[in-house]
Design a protein around this ligand. Structure first.
Ligand code: TMP
Length: 209
């Protein structure tokens, strides 16, 4: 029997408050509508998380203070499990995968935000991913002050959401540097625009895909 064609792997990235997760659920529904006629399934998942073990690690990461090295290693432990047991098998089946954040977030948050050397992150990336990278990364780009105003005070902020504007500005800059290094993979979206305008851009992206 023929091997199924490997599925496409799309990630969404951006600082907290960029509107990424809300757009992701809309995008996921629209993309699924377009894939169904071809008999293709779409798996929507997230990081940190995506498996029972990785979701447990997520809870620790978002709630507990810890050393930067511990944080980074836990992120990659959760990622290794998620990649090996969920993402890779789905792509090999020919399913498409839409993931809310992936390793670009580690370069942005632990690298840019917290100051961990990029070489350390790159070493873990090489070990865990063995060269595997998303096919497309949509970066929701927004200044830290606007994102913080959008986050507002809807609920108790987690460990990352409680960080300063300066932290989120460094995270944003690190995302932009990452995007400049891999222009073939990244699409930058101006996330200061209205929900409707952003959806129009995403709709065009789905057409192309
Ligand atoms: P979320 O709120 O978008 O689900 O992400 C959870 C938090 O985890 C978010 O504040 C960013 C943080 N994070 C990192 O610091 N490093 C990472 O590698 C990932 C995937 C997320």
């Amino acid at each position: 029997m023929d091997q199924p064609t490997r599925g496409q792997w799309i990630t969404f990235e951006g600082i907290d408050g960029a509107g990424k997760s809300m757009q992701l659920s809309w995008f996921s529904e629209r993309l699924l509508e377009r894939l169904k006629p071809f008999g293709i399934s779409l798996l929507t998942t997230r990081e940190p998380g995506g498996t029972p073990l990785s979701e447990t690690i997520r809870e620790w990461l978002l709630r507990q203070p810890m050393q930067l090295e511990t944080e980074t290693l836990l992120i990659f432990a959760a990622r290794s499990e998620h990649l090996a047991t969920v993402i890779q098998p789905a792509l090999e089946r020919g399913d498409w995968v839409l993931c809310d954040r992936f390793t670009d977030a580690t370069f942005a948050y632990q690298g840019g935000g917290r100051g961990l050397a990029c070489a350390r992150i790159a070493a873990l990336e090489a070990w865990v991913q063995q060269g595997l990278q998303p096919d497309l990364t949509v970066l929701f780009d927004i200044p830290a002050e606007i994102a913080s105003a959008r986050r507002g005070a809807v609920r108790t902020p987690d460990k990352f959401e409680s960080e300063s504007h300066a932290f989120f500005t460094r995270v944003r800059d690190a995302y932009l540097r990452r995007a400049r290094k891999a222009p073939h993979r990244f699409v930058r979206i101006d996330a200061t625009r209205s929900v409707e305008e952003i959806r129009q851009t995403l709709e065009k992206m789905i057409e192309k895909l």
